[in-house]
Design a protein around this ligand. Structure first.
Ligand code: NI
Length: 168
């Protein structure tokens, strides 16, 4: 059985709460998220996607070949004016992919699972896309929110099925 939460689950629309305690519970959550991400062969996962409304995300652009980024309380501190439009998907919306326009580069400040602050400067490419996508999750925003109402309308059938738990 999947440990993931899917479109239609209200937890995905909540603004996640900041983390203030860096304890074993947090580290267990991060471990569970990394495992779920690997099981799904995904690039990124946010805590609401495993049913926890906390500001925690993991990103692995190397598919297990390097340690994942652990982002606690992440914040975008700067974004480029230049944008890119790229194909995007989400583990909580299986079977849907859409072109999403976002800033091409972002810098992000976050804490790790020990509470140590770090910055990712001028991320680009897949990492930039994943950072923005996962931080969106912590604010209750899904990638389908970035496309036009017309495009979203075309997905109505698929979204209804995901909400009803009818997907592979
Ligand atoms: Ni997602």
């Amino acid at each position: 059985m999947s440990e993931l939460c899917y479109y239609g689950d209200p937890v995905l629309r909540k603004t996640a709460a900041p983390v203030s305690v860096f304890d074993d519970g947090l580290r267990a959550l991060v471990e569970k998220m990394v495992e779920a991400l690997r099981n799904a062969n995904g690039v990124g996962l946010a805590a609401p996607q495993v049913g926890v409304s906390s500001r925690v995300a993991v990103i692995d652009t190397e598919y297990g070949e390097a340690p994942p980024y652990v982002l606690v309380n992440p914040e975008i501190v700067s974004a480029s004016d230049e944008t890119v439009t790229e194909d995007e998907g989400c583990l909580s919306l299986p079977g849907i992919s859409l072109d999403v326009k976002r800033p091409a580069q972002v810098s992000v400040r976050a804490q790790n699972e020990k509470g140590e602050e770090y910055t990712i400067e001028n991320a680009s490419g897949l990492l930039a896309k994943a950072l923005q996508h996962e931080i969106d999750h912590l604010n209750g925003i899904l990638f389908i929110d970035h496309v036009s109402a017309v495009q979203r309308g075309l997905l109505r059938g698929k979204l209804k099925k995901i909400s009803a738990g009818e997907f592979d």
